[in-house]
Ligand binder design. Structure first.
Ligand code: NAD
Length: 370
């Protein structure tokens, strides 16, 4: 794993742990970015190509996301370099070993992310008791099953269209990454009248200007297929979703998929960032200059972590959904109105909102960061 970390600043990181156990094949990292507001919550990403830099940037995104959402938690993240498709018994051993390695570090509460799910969280709970994103039958609110992040993103979009020159009814929608976030975002947005005209996953893409059948696509994915197997529409290369004309484009896969070298390919009016850090800073500026509204990741995709925090506090599924709707609508409105009034990027407005809360908490702590 590439272990180079970005430069530290006054917000963090608070703690960086490198984890290795060759007997089990564990190589991973935990970055606890900031715990001034409370113990950090952040997912465990399991993928072959994860890096320390990705972990640190995602941990910072969690600090901002948790603060913006008003949760009593700081930000952290973990990565494990491994194949998410490994046999279940090996995965269980790996995650149990990971959990044992962080047993005594109470500054980090793990949750699910790409490559890990509710079953993985149940193994972690069995090892160390401290986890969010548990299965239903273990007292959890299964956030990916109920589509907490896609639900929140939809409410963020419902507010954002008031700042755009189109209506949600009939708006063309493209989703990059038809996984837990992407498929539920498609489902909820289409219930509000959007039309899904393109979708992709790691194996390919599909497009149909007349609209794809979202429920059928979800069934195809749940059955282990690819969106490219959909019976109607045109099968495309994975990255061709960048070129599909639409009103709403949702990145819901990997970091840095929109960059200076490809940002000119997007033909859209609104980008709602379902994935974490999907867009480079320069590309986000280019989009703003072209009049595209960009909803920052840590505002638009906070539904999952809000659900996790409600679960951790012993709340119910209904309370989680109500909290997500309320916080996402309020924050999106605040960020977009500040952005418009002060002529700054939505991300700058969102960062100001979140860092103000983190700094206020730091000013009240004896040692600043903790
Ligand atoms: P997931 O593993 O369920 O789904 C990811 C999907 O992206 C899969 O369908 C995969 O095939 C596809 N994919 C991978 N690489 C791709 C590529 N290059 N092009 C197109 N598709 C690609 O993961 P998820 O939980 O949906 O998370 C997706 C993103 O959203 C991640 O960045 C994650 O950090 C972020 N996120 C997730 C949640 C959540 O609640 N699950 C919350 C906030 C943010």
């Amino acid at each position: 794993m590439d272990l180079s970390l970005p430069r530290a600043d006054d917000l963090g990181p608070f703690r960086v742990l490198y984890l290795q156990n060759r007997a089990v094949g564990l190589e991973g990292m935990v970055v606890v970015d900031n715990v001034a507001i409370g113990p950090s919550i952040g997912g465990i990403r399991l993928a072959p190509d994860v890096t320390a830099e990705e972990c640190a940037r995602l941990a910072r995104a969690m600090t901002l996301k948790n603060a913006a959402a008003g949760l009593p938690h700081g930000g952290g993240k973990a990565v494990i370099a491994a194949d998410p498709g490994m046999p279940a018994r090996e995965k269980e051993r790996l995650l149990r070993c990971f959990a044992s390695s962080i047993r005594d570090d109470l500054s980090y509460i793990p949750g699910p992310d790409m490559g890990t799910d509710e079953t993985c969280m149940a193994w972690i709970r069995d090892e160390i008791g401290r986890v969010v994103g548990l299965p239903d039958d273990s007292g959890g609110i299964p956030l990916d099953e109920i589509g907490a992040t896609g639900f929140g993103l939809t409410h963020s979009v419902l507010v954002a269209v008031e700042y755009c020159d189109f209506e949600l009814a009939g708006a063309r929608l493209v989703i990059q990454g038809f996984g837990a976030v992407g498929k539920h975002a498609a489902r909820f947005l289409c219930q509000e009248g959007a039309v899904l005209v393109g979708a992709s996953d790691s194996r390919g893409a599909i497009s149909d200007p007349d609209g794809l059948d979202v429920e059928k696509l979800i069934r195809t994915k749940d059955g282990g297929g690819s969106v490219a197997d959909h019976p109607t529409g045109e099968a495309l290369d994975r990255d061709a979703v960048l070129d599909i004309e639409c009103e709403i484009w949702v990145p819901a896969a990997r970091p840095d998929v929109i960059r200076e070298d490809n940002v000119h390919r997007l033909k859209t009016r609104l980008i709602a960032q379902g994935a974490n850090i999907p867009c480079t800073e320069a590309a986000e500026r280019t989009l703003a200059e072209a009049g595209v509204v960009v909803l920052p990741d840590f505002i638009a995709n906070a539904g999952g972590v809000i659900c996790a925090a409600v679960e951790y506090a012993g709340g119910t599924r209904t309370q989680a959904l109500e909290t997500i709707e309320e916080k996402l609508r309020e924050n999106t409105g605040r960020v977009l109105s500040t952005s418009r009034d002060r002529g700054i990027l939505p991300r700058e407005a969102a960062e100001a909102l979140a860092t103000e809360r983190v700094r206020a908490a730091m000013s009240r702590r004896r040692w600043g960061l903790f």
